[in-house]
Design a protein around this ligand. Structure first.
Ligand code: SF4
Ligand code: SF4
Length: 135
């Protein structure tokens, strides 16, 4: 069974954005964390804590169901595979994502979709993010 991205150690997150930078660099060829397929962000006021917006690797991924072009197809074990060559840039997948984690690259006219590659987990210095088999 392929593993999926989880964030079991958020209490240990220091907000260094190494995960976002690694994702953007590896999957988008970008040095901007804004181009990452996951997001670490703060919530709350002065006592703000950090949360992770990550793809939940849905078994019947709504983003793939919404894609009429075959650019997004279900991945074995959950989540999706993305073929940018088939993408029309319609944003239907962005709208369909039930946890609203799919970003859209306005320059490339393509969605920024987590492909469950696990790159982010390898660059987290505190073991916050993991690739785990679904329970
Ligand atoms: S933006 Fe691309 S991947 Fe998303 S639904 Fe449209 S064609 Fe499919
Ligand atoms: S790399 Fe790890 S510690 Fe740094 S922001 Fe990402 S999850 Fe948090």
């Amino acid at each position: 069974m392929p593993k999926v991205l989880t964030a079991p150690g958020m209490k240990k997150c220091i907000g260094c954005y190494s995960c976002m930078l690694a994702c953007a660099r590896t999957t988008q060829g970008s040095l901007s964390p804004q181009k990452a397929a996951l997001a670490i962000r703060t919530v709350g006021g002065l006592q703000s804590r950090l949360v992770a917006d990550i793809c939940r690797a849905c078994p019947d991924a709504p983003c793939a169901q919404a894609c009429r072009c075959g650019a997004l197809v279900p991945r074995s074990g959950g989540g999706v595979k993305f073929n940018p060559a088939l993408c029309l840039g319609c944003r239907d997948c962005v709208e369909a994502c039930i946890v609203q984690v799919i970003k859209f690259d306005e320059v490339k006219n393509r969605p920024i979709v987590c492909i469950q590659c696990g790159t982010c987990t390898r660059y987290c210095p505190h073991g916050v993010l993991l690739m785990e088999e679904r329970a």
